[in-house]
Design a protein around this ligand. Structure first.
Ligand code: SF4
Length: 447
């Protein structure tokens, strides 16, 4: 897993950097996007109401959902209304967030993910391990094995053959589906349109082939008008996959347009809160709602590259996931997430909407500590450290001591560190101590 993630992430960073470098005004676009998101968040209620009104004018049925349960039930009611038995879905983390697949299956509705990566993780009964590349943790041999075991086809690791197998299976599902469910990348307030960007045409088919289309969007997906869309349509693909443009940009402005004959006959949009208003209420942390889910911060993150997306334990992962998990799930349940970061700042440099991720992580760490969710021994260790820092002589003696003590012990004996040493060896203390080594390095630099 580690090598598959690291390899894929490095390639994505390389492509992203190359494409961003081709835009002489890249930084200006980032600033514009940040300003748009700030304006939207500061006036979100007005934009949402405008969006609702325009959608209704366009013939799109609007539903509001306070939480995951309400959103799931709304989908269930729409499905019952239209006698839906089979659903195709196109990549939508928001529907992962509300656990929609399990709900539909429990209600005897067959649901199939149509994005290739999502389809693979669905076969494995896993959640995506990346925001834009759900099966990033698997290489083609893994995928060959999954198809062989779950679909009963001959083993192959040839990408073209794997693709042909998936395409054949998904085509049937697509043609038989009664309902298509998609996410929304950008919801355009002044015209009541839904924009979905993608590369595989699975979203276009999901929202166009079945009779019913349900789009599930978080309240933060709003942008004011088509004028701002241009900037986001450059920033998102470049940051996500290093493309200058995605292959498909789908815009839904209402149900089937008879003159053209394209689209679903019934279009519904579910506008989901699920904790976002709470995040919005915090003037600092609301910036984490600016995220356009490009995944660039994941690709560059040295921690994500080592542990992969599943280690975060929820649908949002990587640096932005580490910010969102405690905010959506509560500080108690998400107390570990803000600490899954080296705080190196690379994520903030990559982020196309300039979210100061390390800043928010330190704030969330503070909240975790302030509310008493850190381990007791950690609190005492830090208190001890603070005490020792006030007495430099004592501090130096104590940092000198472990190295010297270690010299008296057998060569291969390691200091026990429960938990840490379960899966790896703890290195030996440096016999010189940090301070002496640091002073020596400083002297060498001064020469
Ligand atoms: S925080 Fe920024 S870099 Fe990370 S996924 Fe969101 S928009 Fe992309």
């Amino acid at each position: 897993m580690r090598s598959a993630v690291s390899r894929a992430a490095s390639k994505a960073v390389e492509k992203r950097n190359r494409t961003a470098g081709e835009y002489p005004y890249w930084q200006t676009m980032r600033e514009q996007a940040h300003a748009v998101k700030r304006r939207v968040m500061e006036n979100l209620d007005d934009f949402l109401l405008q969006f609702e009104e325009k959608c209704r004018e366009n013939g799109i049925r609007v539903h509001w959902a306070q939480d995951a349960e309400e959103a799931r039930e709304t989908v269930g009611t729409i499905a019952a209304e239209h006698g839906v038995k089979q659903v195709v879905k196109s990549k939508s983390l928001t529907t992962e967030e509300i656990g929609l697949n399990r709900y539909l299956q429990k209600n005897q509705i067959e649901v199939t993910e149509t994005d290739l990566g999502e389809y693979i993780v669905q076969l494995l009964d896993q959640i995506p391990s990346h925001l834009t590349a759900p099966a990033l943790h698997l290489d083609r041999k893994d995928i060959g094995r999954v198809f062989h075991e779950k679909l009963g086809v001959d083993y192959t690791e040839e990408p073209a053959e794997l693709l042909a197998i998936a395409r054949q299976k998904l085509r049937k599902k697509m043609l038989n589906a009664d309902m298509g469910i998609t996410g929304v990348n950008f919801a355009i307030a002044d015209s009541g349109c839904l924009c979905v960007v993608e590369n595989e045409a699975n979203a276009r088919l999901s929202l166009g082939v079945p009779d019913v289309h349900v789009a599930v969007m978080g309240i933060e997906k709003i942008i004011p008008s088509f004028s701002e869309l241009d900037t986001f349509l450059k920033l998102l693909p470049a940051s996500a996959t290093g493309q200058k443009q995605t292959v498909y940009v789908d815009v839904v402005g209402g149900p089937l347009f008879p003159a053209i004959g394209e689209g679903a006959r019934n279009v519904h949009v579910i506008i989901l809160d699920n904790g976002r208003s709470r995040i919005l209420a915090d003037p600092q942390l609301r910036e984490t709602l600016f995220c356009i889910r490009c995944g660039a911060c994941l690709n560059i993150c040295p921690v994500y590259r080592q542990i992969g997306g599943h280690a975060y334990g929820w649908v949002y992962m990587g640096p932005i996931g580490a910010c969102l998990i405690p905010q959506y799930n509560g500080i108690s349940a998400g107390r570990h997430a803000p600490f899954i970061s080296s705080l190196c700042g690379a994520c903030a440099q990559q982020c196309p909407v300039q979210i100061s991720i390390p800043h928010h992580l330190t704030r969330l760490r503070y909240d975790v500590a302030k509310q008493g969710y850190t381990a007791w021994w950690e609190r005492y260790a830090l208190k001890l450290h603070a005490f020792l820092c006030r007495y430099p002589l004592l501090y130096r003696a104590l940092t000198w001591f472990p190295g010297k003590l270690q010299q008296l012990l057998p060569g291969d004996m390691r200091f026990p560190a429960p938990g840490y040493t379960r899966d790896r060896a703890l290195g030996r203390f440096d016999s010189k101590g940090f301070r002496r080594r640091f002073l020596k390095m400083q002297r060498q630099q001064d020469l």
